[in-house]
Design a protein around this ligand. Structure first.
Ligand SMILES: Nc1ncnc2c1ncn2[C@@H]1O[C@H](COP(=O)(O)OP(=O)(O)OP(=O)(O)O)[C@@H](O)[C@H]1O
Ligand SMILES: [Mg+2]
Length: 283
């Protein structure tokens, strides 16, 4: 079976620093793969490369059989990768529902009649004009699509019903931190991505909020959603992942099933060795 994601020899440097230094891995259908590693080991940079947020300096990224490292982020989103960000990103002035709807933009067809032209710099205005005309005039197809959008947004909010349901029409700036992150996850899930990429989805959450997100990730896993996850909370990683990749200094130092990785000397060194050195320096 073809992998959902196949990353080979990925490289990215910043000035002299090799942030990602020859990284190769796959995410299979329905698989949950996590990347762990100390601060600055290249986890977020790897996700930024996979989602096209920054260009790679080497290697290839193939999504569901299509090479995507040559495409821009909007194209990559259309191919079926959706993500959340380490620091959380929502549109503060938009409601929860509108934030979730934004996630559907790349999937719209009737509302974006000339969407293919939006990738051509000189003709982008034609695509935008087309969107404007459909928005003002409306067409039967656009009305059908509108109903489908509303149903999808409602279904994604339903996933977080107790939390987001009552806040559906509230602006995102008025939400708690945890609810902003839930909104961001709902937005990423709305287009039914082939691969969901999550960068520290529980960062800044307390243990009960973290447990709730873990429950939601397990539900997604049960639905067969392929995921690439970066997370520092190892209990969550070990519970939800099929495979764990350990990065240190821009390279993969270990990978395998959660239990194998937990016992791997390279992992213990990457985490505990560093702490031991720091403790010795303090002493
Ligand atoms: N835009 C950038 N410009 C310069 N250096 C960068 C940039 N982005 C990342 N780096 C550097 O690349 C290295 C890897 O950073 P990255 O953000 O990928 O680490 P990380 O594993 O996600 O760390 P954390 O666990 O703290 O989020 C770090 O040394 C970082 O300072
Ligand atoms: Mg990071």
């Amino acid at each position: 079976m073809t992998a959902v994601l196949e990353v080979t020899g990925l490289r990215r440097h910043f000035a002299g620093l090799a942030a990602v230094d020859g990284v190769s891995f796959t995410v299979g259908p329905h698989e949950v793969v996590s990347i762990i590693g100390p601060n600055g080991s290249g986890k977020t940079t790897t996700l930024n490369l996979v989602t096209g947020a920054i260009p790679a300096h080497g290697g290839s990224i193939v999504l569901d059989g299509t090479r995507i490292d040559v495409a821009d982020p909007a194209r990559i989103a259309e191919h079926g990768i959706a993500r959340t960000f380490q620091n959380g990103r929502v549109f503060a002035a938009l409601s929860v529902a509108d934030n979730v709807e934004v996630g559907l933009h790349t999937t719209l067809r009737a509302h974006r009649p000339f969407h293919r032209l939006s990738h051509l710099v000189g003709l982008r205005w034609v695509a935008l004009l087309g969107e404007l005309v459909v928005a003002v005039v409306g067409t039967p197809a656009a009305r059908r699509e509108r109903r489908a959008i509303d149903a999808t947004v409602a279904a994604e909010i339903e996933r977080f019903e107790a939390r987001l349901g009552p806040r559906r029409d509230d602006p995102a700036y008025s939400l708690s931190y945890a609810n902003r992150r839930r909104t961001e996850i709902a937005r990423a899930l709305a287009p039914r991505p082939k691969l969901l990429v999550l960068d520290e989805p529980t960062a800044g959450m307390n243990p009960s909020e973290t447990a709730e997100v873990l429950g939601q990730l397990l539900e997604l896993k049960a639905e067969g959603q392929a995921m690439l996850l970066v997370e520092h909370k190892l209990d969550l990683v070990m519970t939800v992942s099929d495979r764990v990749i350990v990065m240190d200094g821009g390279r993969i130092v270990a990978q395998g099933a959660p239990d194998e990785v937990r016992a791997d000397p390279a992992v213990i060194e990457a985490y505990l060795g560093r702490r031991r050195v720091a403790a010795e320096e303090r002493a």
